[in-house]
Design a protein around this ligand. Structure first.
Ligand SMILES: Cc1cc2nc3c(=O)[nH]c(=O)nc-3n(C[C@H](O)[C@H](O)[C@H](O)COP(=O)(O)OP(=O)(O)OC[C@H]3O[C@@H](n4cnc5c(N)ncnc54)[C@H](O)[C@@H]3O)c2cc1C
Ligand code: FES
Length: 256
């Protein structure tokens, strides 16, 4: 939690990036300076009956212009309220929170499913800035619900369940093929639990290191309420806190 700040962030832009999904750029210089890929912010909303702040992964951060990018699906009260903000409005956010991804590996695969793609845009940028290679594999039900499909068309591998974009089927298809073709140093994944479990199996079989980011409901985001424990993450008989011990874990620690 060190380095966590609360900022009144100004909305710089809001854009549609898929059916029911938004990209929001906020001006939040302190968070932009310290956020690492895989960390998240808590967004305080003024939505009726949504007292708790909502967690969203940092999907981009630029210390030079002080911007923080969020990419999110509009699923309920909190994200609905956020999606209604306009350029010039302010939003209170606090963060960056949690443990992010470990970077430093040279040749990496990033596997994202659904909204799990959001933090991987930031991770890809960071790996490439550090001189590594990052191949992004994106999975979705169909093209309409794939965030930033235009961006993903170039230099990424896409798999959709109905074949409306990229390869037909699950994202584990191209993952298996790539791993069989050549050696990679590291895999990172974020998305629904069944996808993460499948990716874990593929990586374990190939002897590849894997880090996964888990998403649970959260109360406080800072380790104080036990609202984020989940049966996917347990250590020595005790539940791990996704907000504080994660949200990024080594795959062997979680996903039983
Ligand atoms: C560390 C972390 C990072 C996240 N990053 C992103 C991100 O980058 N982009 C993004 O789109 N979402 C992300 N999420 C999920 C996001 O927090 C929820 O979608 C959001 O809190 C829903 O709030 P709401 O008030 O709109 O929905 P609510 O009104 O609270 O609920 C609406 C529906 O969504 C379901 N729901 C709510 N929260 C979650 C959740 N955490 N997981 C699964 N289902 C949920 C509810 O069960 C309900 O069916 C992240 C979650 C975590 C824990
Ligand atoms: S959300 Fe409160 S302890 Fe994790």
């Amino acid at each position: 939690m060190s380095g966590m700040v609360s900022e009144e962030a100004m909305v710089v832009s809001v854009a549609d990036i898929a059916e029911g999904m938004k990209r929001m750029v906020l001006r939040a210089p302190s968070i932009a300076r310290s956020a690492r890929p895989g960390q998240f912010v808590m967004v305080s909303t003024e939505a009726k009956d949504a007292l708790l702040a909502r967690p969203l992964g940092v999907s981009g951060a630029d210390p030079a212009d002080g911007s923080v990018t969020l990419r999110f699906a509009v699923v309920g009260k909190g994200t609905g309220w956020l999606a209604g903000r306009r350029k010039g409005d302010t939003v209170r956010i606090y963060g960056p929170l949690g443990h992010g991804f470990t970077t430093g590996a040279k040749d990496c695969i990033l596997v994202g499913g659904g909204t799990g793609l959001a933090p991987l845009f930031f991770l890809k940028e960071a790996i490439e800035r550090e001189g590594g290679k990052a191949l992004l594999l994106a999975g979705a039900k169909d093209r309409m619900c794939l965030m930033e499909s235009d961006v993903l068309e170039v230099g990424c591998i896409v798999a959709t369940e109905d074949g409306s974009m990229g390869e037909l089927g699950l994202v584990t298809g191209p993952l298996k093929r790539l791993i069989a073709e050549r050696r990679f140093d590291m895999v990172y994944a974020c998305g629904p639990v069944p996808m993460l479990k499948a990716v874990k199996q593929v990586c374990a079989k190939a002897g590849l290191s894997l880090e996964v980011s888990l998403e649970t409901r959260m109360g406080c985001g800072v380790g104080a309420c036990n609202g984020c424990t989940c049966d996917q993450a347990e250590k020595d008989g005790a539940w791990l806190k996704v907000c504080k011990d994660g949200p990024v874990f080594r795959a062997e620690e979680v996903l039983r």
